[in-house]
Ligand binder design. Structure first.
Ligand code: FRU
Length: 518
């Protein structure tokens, strides 16, 4: 159990809590009941806040609340009471939170800037009645480090102008224009508004009509600047979740690169060309090519001295989220990830890496010895105590330019269930078709999941985080990421490297168990 957790808060918890089948050990999951999108991620006074879409009445989606947890290190989480409950204006859908340092809203009190949450009120009655205006943006504030929240008395602050899907506001302070900017989903595109005080909002612009992946409704945008290669050109990154229409089906998150001048987001011309040329999914740029990373956005108010852009997503997919085989709770978040823009032969791209704080829960690593593999090499035998919670790094090469047909890392158990991931025919892949329970939804394990490999190199660096029922596979230093969940009938404890149609030189690597955070 988490050392920073007060056991009294969990007195209603079942004794087996966090030991249940498929329960992640180092990823955030709700103590019980339903969870979807991360919401209101904000850092304040030494705490990373994580709110989330939550229905405390069931393990399936229902009237949404904001669940709440805090962490001092992005790794260990303490559950807090529900922050926002549905009210007469509706259910509490996704949104963001900021610290209003200068008390522009006037909601603060002396010496204590308010934390302000900006969220969508979803009116189920309006939806039932077939109206278009049942979603609108509202705010709530906290003067006690997020422990209690007061809804603003004149909600909504942004009424609905007659747009059916009008939701998921992400707000940030735009220094150059000295305004708060709100970006949110409006049907099949996004809209931007600004405000001097978080209360009175003015329309700025639209982005996205007919652009990028359009296979489903747009949801949960985020917009933030990053410098290419850390200190180069500043570009604005627009994250945009879409459901369905992901590269491997169902929900997924695409991104756009460009400029934001305080009013309009304009795609970088070279980037726009590549987006326009993509005929497969409408956009070749995805935050994650796996099936299970949705509605992810980034933390607000990370101190300048830290400077990271930190992301977290919901580790599920609307194709089957409501029916995955867990009983007491449903779904988990990805680990916190640092996002960067790096130069590639194809222009700047978004890279993701697990935050370095995760090394705190890594047990001592075992080095993977260098050798040539043409068939199979056991890896997990390096660990005395085999476990389903692992961190794996592998450096592979095919020195003569002769790339094997397939390089696969295989996770398995004594029931001959297996999850495979790797590189095959120049595509990264994950394959959960034989990984245990799959029959709960036809779309869960229909096919292999693939991602294009855009780096042309005679070597491959793999990083993977495996946590009982999930994998986060970071290929080519995080230039391609695939996140997938799986449900073996018995924990996966064996790990091996398999090579087909050629040989691979293992140049090094390491494997370590990850400790439970609960
Ligand atoms: C994304 C989403 C959001 C919405 C929320 C409702 O997964 O559909 O657009 O605000 O979930 O729970």
């Amino acid at each position: 159990m988490n050392s920073c957790e007060d056991p009294a808060k969990r007195e209603n918890a079942e004794p087996e809590a966090y030991q249940e089948p498929h329960r992640p050990q180092f990823h955030f999951s709700p103590d019980s009941m339903w969870m979807n999108d991360p919401n209101g991620m904000v850092y304040y006074e030494g705490e990373y806040h994580l709110f989330y879409q939550h229905y405390p009445g069931s393990t399936v989606w229902g009237p949404m609340h904001w669940g709440h947890a805090v962490s001092k290190d992005l790794v260990h989480w303490e559950h807090l009471p529900i922050a926002l409950y549905p009210d007469s204006l509706g259910h509490i859908f996704s949104g963001s939170a900021v610290v209003d340092w200068a008390n522009t809203s006037g909601l603060g009190k002396e010496g204590e800037p308010p934390m302000v949450a900006i969220f969508t009120h979803h009116d189920p009655e309006g939806e039932k009645a077939g109206r278009d205006d049942y979603q609108y943006q509202s705010i709530a504030y906290s003067l006690d480090k997020g422990r209690t929240w007061t809804k603003y008395e004149d909600n909504p602050v942004l009424p609905n102008p007659g747009i059916k899907d009008f939701r998921d506001p992400k707000v940030f302070w735009h220094e150059a224009s000295e305004r708060w900017v709100m970006i949110f989903a409006a049907g099949n595109h996004v809209q931007l508004y600004n405000s001097a005080n978080l209360i009175d909002w003015s329309y700025l612009s639209d982005f996205g009509q007919g652009i990028g992946g359009q296979g489903g409704v747009w949801e949960c945008p985020d917009l933030f600047p990053l410098q290419v290669d850390g200190d180069g050109e500043k570009m604005w990154v627009l994250l945009l979740s879409i459901n369905p229409g992901g590269p491997n089906g169902g929900s997924a998150t695409q991104y756009f690169l460009g400029d934001f001048d305080g009013k309009t987001f304009t795609m970088d011309p070279a980037f726009a060309k590549r987006v326009a040329a993509d005929t497969l999914t409408g956009n070749p740029y995805w935050v994650d090519y796996g099936r299970d990373n949705y509605a992810g956005v980034t933390w607000s108010d990370i101190p300048k001295s830290d400077g990271r852009r930190i992301f977290m997503g919901w580790m599920s997919n609307w194709d089957y989220a409501n029916v995955v085989p867990t009983e007491r709770w449903r779904s988990a978040m990805t680990v916190a990830r640092k996002l960067d823009l790096r130069t590639t032969p194809d222009g700047p791209r978004l890279f993701s890496q697990p935050v370095q704080e995760l090394s705190k829960i890594k047990m001592p690593s075992k080095p993977i010895p260098s050798r040539t593999v043409s068939q199979s090499m056991p890896i997990s035998s390096l660990l005395e105590d085999q476990s389903a919670t692992l961190s794996l790094k592998l450096q592979l090469a095919w020195p003569n330019g002769q790339q094997p047909e397939e390089i696969a890392v295989v996770l398995s158990n004594s029931k001959e269930e297996a999850f495979r991931f790797g590189l095959s025919d120049d595509q990264f892949f994950t394959d959960r078709r034989e990984a245990g329970k799959t029959g709960f939804e036809a779309r869960f394990a229909q096919s292999k999941h693939t991602a294009p490999r855009w780096r042309n190199a005679n070597e491959l660096n793999i990083k993977a985080l495996i946590d009982v029922a999930s994998i986060e596979f970071f290929a080519d230093d995080g230039g391609v990421v695939m996140t997938d969940v799986f449900f073996p009938t018995e924990d996966f404890t064996e790990l091996r490297l398999e090579v087909k149609g050629g040989r691979v030189a293992v140049r090094g690597g390491a494997i370590a168990r990850m400790q439970s955070i609960w």
